[in-house]
Design a protein around this ligand. Structure first.
Ligand SMILES: C[S@@+](CC[C@H](N)C(=O)[O-])C[C@H]1O[C@@H](n2cnc3c(N)ncnc32)[C@H](O)[C@@H]1O
Length: 263
């Protein structure tokens, strides 16, 4: 890729033995950053997770080694320590390593843990953010994350903790803020989460939109209300990956979507 250097500074060369932790966005390759495309064109080893769209992997160099190191909910998957070890080992082999993660590597992506492992191992690394699925899926569905009329904050929350560790959510307290909540990884726990939202004072009439497989094949968008969220997800047989937008912003889709050109 080349651009006028007074507009786009030259891309840093990926060095041997270096690791780039890169976000691949929600799926559509056109939503990759220029840095992500550059990294794909440079890396010797690509270590990717389950949410990286297959079209994006085809942008890797023909000679690049591809490693799947993803976590798949409910199915056997490599643990985080094994993944960290693989990334470190590939860098120690003197490879240019691209650790490619769906969305943004630092949003529910364990990118921070991987960066810490690289730091401990003395491996130089670079972080390249990506479009996080919660915000990108919402935007593409015609849902702004904020508007001056509706909200002054937006909450990104993980509905389930893959390993059952980490701090428990105070769902009631999140609901009590009155601010919209964008849920990741929440399908399995949605019944408990909705019950907690209602205990926290959220109105059952609050708009909710579920977006599954955003920007990928089989994208589905379900518009509903909090009171019907559980039943509607079940009857529409919505499957992961999905994000759920809960709050007044979700209603803006009805206003904006009719004017939006199709992707
Ligand atoms: C482990 S988290 C990774 C989040 C990712 N780092 C990001 O910034 O989007 C996985 C969750 O992200 C959401 N997700 C990722 N890609 C998605 C997509 N294309 N459509 C809908 N949800 C997606 C789902 O909630 C999924 O369960």
């Amino acid at each position: 890729m080349s651009f006028p250097p007074d507009i786009v500074p030259p891309f840093p060369e990926m060095q041997l033995g270096e690791v780039w932790l890169v976000g691949a966005g929600p799926g559509d390759p056109r939503l990759l950053t220029l840095m992500a495309v550059h990294a794909l064109a440079s890396a010797d080893t690509v270590i990717h997770d389950a949410l990286v769209d297959p079209r994006i992997l085809r942008l890797a160099r023909e000679s690049a080694e591809l490693h799947f190191a993803g976590k798949r909910g409910g199915r056997p998957s490599p643990n985080q320590r094994d993944i960290n070890e693989l990334i470190v080992a590939e860098a120690k082999r003197g490879r240019r390593v691209l650790r490619l993660k769906g969305g943004d590597p630092f949003v529910f992506g364990r990118g921070g843990e991987e960066a810490e492992a690289l730091l401990r191992a003395g491996i130089p690394f670079r972080i390249v953010p990506g479009l996080t699925s919660g915000l990108a899926a919402a935007a593409l569905a015609g849902i702004p994350a904020t508007t001056r009329e509706t909200n002054h904050a937006v909450i990104l929350a993980a509905g389930h903790r893959a390993d059952g560790d980490g701090a428990a959510h105070a769902w009631e307290a999140l609901a009590a803020t009155g601010q919209p909540i964008i849920l990741y990884m929440a399908l399995a726990q949605i019944e408990e989460i909705v019950a907690a939202f209602l205990r926290g004072g959220m109105s059952p009439d609050t708009p909710a939109t579920v977006i599954s497989h955003a920007t990928g094949e089989g994208e589905r968008i379900l518009e509903t209300r909090v009171s019907a969220l559980v039943v509607d997800i079940q009857s529409a047989a919505i499957e992961a990956p999905a994000v759920i937008v809960v709050g007044s912003i979700a209603a803006l889709r009805a206003v904006l979507a009719p004017g939006m050109v199709k992707p």
